[in-house]
Design a protein around this ligand. Structure first.
Ligand code: MF3
Ligand code: CO
Length: 254
């Protein structure tokens, strides 16, 4: 299927889906403290999503068993929540969440420090987030998709970080994953030309060490191969003919 251009009505529905998700993320962020289990985060996230009349889109997606992906330290993405995994001071934790509102999907991820973390860990979180903002400078009509990829890659690589290659961002709309795929690393073709009305989930996954990852035997959890820390930052973005609209950020929030 080709890349979809959303109509005005669809954009309104995407906006609302994403705004609700931003609120869920804000509340999840407040819950991150030493002593909470990753399952408690998932239970809270599912409750928040359902309490606004929405449906968690990750739950049962290709068999994924939870609503929120909770990935700790060297876990890159798709960590499975567990009552036995307790966050402790100094950990970093990535929360990836999504929901469906009136048939329209939203998707966003944040990485948090648990209590006080090392300076290096805090920097990884900050650079990963900033790489998204560097990349979306090119999320505008007339730019090429891989301008975004190249910008994220060169920004993160300049800090010596590894840019994950096995997983990519994606278009989003009436399905969680639509075309196009959005790599976070340099491509040798420029990719499609961006048009106003495209909605894209842009999601750098950045390792403190090498870019290489592997899957654990649960067939979901992706971890860094060298055991280094990893961070993830994602928003659903609307391409316009000017500045992109970051749909999963609340005004005045990060
Ligand atoms: N943000 C992730 C993605 O774009 C979340 C999906 S994971 C799954 O693929 F749990 F839904 F499978
Ligand atoms: Co995504």
């Amino acid at each position: 299927m080709a890349v979809t251009i959303k109509s005005k009505r669809e954009i309104e529905l995407m906006r609302e889906s994403c705004r609700l998700l931003a609120e869920v993320h804000a509340k999840l962020g407040e819950a991150i403290k030493p002593g909470i289990s990753t399952l408690e985060i998932d239970v809270l996230g599912e409750r928040l999503i359902r309490s606004c009349g929405c449906v968690p889109n990750f739950l049962h997606y290709n068999g994924y068993p939870a609503s929120i992906c909770v990935s700790v330290n060297d876990e890159v993405v798709h960590g499975i929540p567990s009552k036995d995994r307790i966050l402790k001071e100094g950990d970093i934790v990535s929360l990836d969440a999504g929901l469906i509102y009136k048939g329209y999907h939203s998707d966003a991820a944040r990485t948090y420090a648990v209590g006080k973390v090392s300076e290096e860990a805090a920097k990884l979180i900050q650079v990963t987030r900033q790489s998204f903002f560097e990349g979306i400078k090119y999320a505008t009509e007339g730019c090429y998709l891989h301008d975004i990829s190249y910008t994220i890659d060169s920004y993160c690589s300049s800090f010596g970080y590894g840019v994950v290659r096995d997983l990519v961002g994606h278009g989003i709309g009436t399905k969680l994953h639509e075309e196009p795929q959005i790599p976070n690393f340099r491509q040798w073709r420029r990719g499609i030309r961006l048009k106003a009305g495209m909605t894209l989930a842009i999601e750098p996954m950045i390792n403190m060490g090498g870019w290489q990852v592997k899957w654990l035997d649960d067939d979901w959890t992706v971890v860094t191969r060298d055991g280094s820390l990893s961070a993830h930052y994602e928003n659903t973005v609307l391409v316009t003919d000017g500045e992109p609209e970051i749909l999963t950020l609340l005004p005045g929030m990060e």
